[in-house]
Design a protein around this ligand. Structure first.
Ligand SMILES: [Zn+2]
Length: 222
């Protein structure tokens, strides 16, 4: 079982946010999610094209993948980190992004938007962005190193709380700074830690059982 969002569904863009009930031990599903191209994720801000996903026979490193007209489905793995799916208004230019606090503060969402622009997926005011299940502000207590990174990467952002990070709020702020319209930014607003029945949560498992994560994928319209 994958979750979806109306902002992308209304464009006719096939996509899904994985859950515990997606097929397979690691949440990689059948069909399009099972075919999704993925990267070796490193909490950075590199967004590659799907044709660049393999380097010397092994998955390339990066935290975002772009796919254009006729391209393959692209995906990111998460288990508390935030999955972000982007689409142009035509649905023919899409990207899947993986954002933990390091990637989010360093600007992975901005890099995703810039990649869509470079590949003909603009303008930004017509792009759609949907944030999937992740650890929520309710459960995401963070230390001073995170706030320093927030201040450095997004100086205009004023967090409501200085103990817990609202990673979706931060990313939505960055996307609006890039020119996306608030009504084109969606969120499933589900906390992975609060819903162990639905999601794998790295923090919720005390860091144990590494490798159990969920795939979030998107497929460009042909
Ligand atoms: Zn929570």
């Amino acid at each position: 079982m994958d979750l979806s969002h109306s902002l992308l569904a209304l464009l006719g863009v096939e996509h899904g946010f994985g859950t515990r009930f997606s097929e397979g031990e690691t949440g990689r599903g059948r069909g399009k999610s099972g075919e999704a191209v993925t990267l070796r994720q490193v909490h950075g801000t590199t967004v590659l094209k799907e044709s660049e996903s393999v380097s010397s026979g092994v998955p390339a490193s990066g935290d975002g993948l772009f796919s254009g007209p006729g391209g393959r489905p692209v995906g990111v793995w998460t288990a508390d980190c935030l999955p972000i799916l982007l689409s142009s208004a035509s649905g023919r230019h899409v990207a899947a992004l993986h954002a933990g606090w390091r990637g989010a503060t360093a600007g992975i969402a901005r890099e995703g938007v810039l990649r869509l622009l470079r590949e003909g997926g603009g303008p930004t005011r017509e792009m759609r962005a949907v944030m999937g299940p992740s650890i929520g502000v309710c459960c995401y207590e963070v230390g001073p190193e995170v706030w320093e990174a927030v201040e450095e990467g997004t100086p205009g952002y004023r967090p409501a709380s200085l103990s817990n990070l609202d990673i979706r709020g931060l990313v939505a702020f960055q996307l609006e700074e890039m020119g996306l319209l608030p009504e084109n930014i969606g969120s499933l607003s589900l906390c992975t830690r609060c819903h162990p029945d639905l999601f794998f949560s790295h923090r919720g498992m005390g860091g144990e059982r590494k490798g159990r994560s969920m795939i979030n994928y998107i497929l460009p319209r042909p």
